[in-house]
Design a protein around this ligand. Structure first.
Ligand SMILES: C[S@@+](CC[C@H](N)C(=O)[O-])C[C@H]1O[C@@H](n2cnc3c(N)ncnc32)[C@H](O)[C@@H]1O
Length: 233
């Protein structure tokens, strides 16, 4: 396995185990509620008509299910996700919350998914940095830009400058992120691609948390950058 394959395999293993152990919107895990910035971005849309929504790397629907609950009948949320097990749980969650008509789960990697429609709302929460490499990252950002409808909004949350450290030995580990850019370079790239779009919000949060990688406890630090972007013309 090359480095990217190892990272992808660790990422899949972590999420596969996690999604089976944590229940959507139950307290105590990171899927206990939708992301505040995503819901804030959703409020910018004209929500009196059915919307077309794209959730890249949807997981089990932490954001998609809440969006579905708040949107008009006829709204369709295309949820792209690498893990078949996550899509199965997403579909069960959609039924449990009575929004199965709005949720369209698609098993695919983000980089292999061919975006064909134009969307009112595109979200990518902690997923775009998991495409194969920086070239694919740039192509996906360009694809998002080109498929946003006029007055459409994108909410992208992207980790950068990630460090992972063994909590016991303090040894620095290879961060399990396929794309791990310096924060400033990543922001410049997003600005360049979305230069004709309005940056409604841009916020950097320096986060630090403990996660499990295989049998190790790992301290992960990251600058998570939130971009809320609007296409005005
Ligand atoms: C940190 S989780 C976030 C999930 C969801 N966006 C949320 O906010 O709850 C990252 C998700 O992206 C998925 N993922 C990772 N790499 C991917 C890729 N290249 N294409 C599609 N999904 C991917 C993982 O399986 C996982 O469900």
């Amino acid at each position: 396995m090359n480095e990217v394959e190892k990272i992808r395999s660790a990422e899949m293993e972590y999420h596969n185990t996690f999604y089976k152990s944590a229940k959507l919107y139950q307290p105590g895990s990171w899927i206990s509620k939708p992301v505040a910035n995503v819901m804030e971005a959703f409020e910018l849309l004209e929500n009196s008509k059915p919307l077309k929504v794209l959730d890249l790397g949807s997981g089990v629907g932490r954001n998609a299910i809440s969006i579905a609950q708040k949107s008009m009948d006829g709204t369709v949320i295309d949820c792209i996700e690498l893990l078949p097990s996550a899509i199965e749980i997403l579909n069960d969650n959609a039924k449990d919350y009575g929004v199965q008509d709005k949720i369209n789960g698609i098993v695919s990697s983000i980089e292999d998914y061919n975006i064909v429609n134009s969307y009112d709302f595109i979200i990518g929460v902690s997923t775009l940095e998991h495409v194969n490499d920086e070239k694919a990252f740039e192509l996906v950002l360009t694809d998002i830009r080109d498929h946003l409808a006029i007055n459409g909004v994108a909410c992208l949350i992207i980790n950068s400058e990630v460090q992972e450290k063994d909590t016991e030995s303090r040894e620095l580990l290879v961060p399990q992120f396929e794309v791990n850019m310096p924060t400033n370079d990543m922001q410049k790239l997003v600005h360049n691609i979305f230069r004709d779009y309005e940056f409604v919000k841009e916020e950097i949060k320096s986060l630090n948390y403990i996660i499990n990688r295989a049998d190790k406890e790992v301290n992960l630090s990251t600058n998570a950058v939130t971009f809320i972007l609007r296409r005005t013309k």
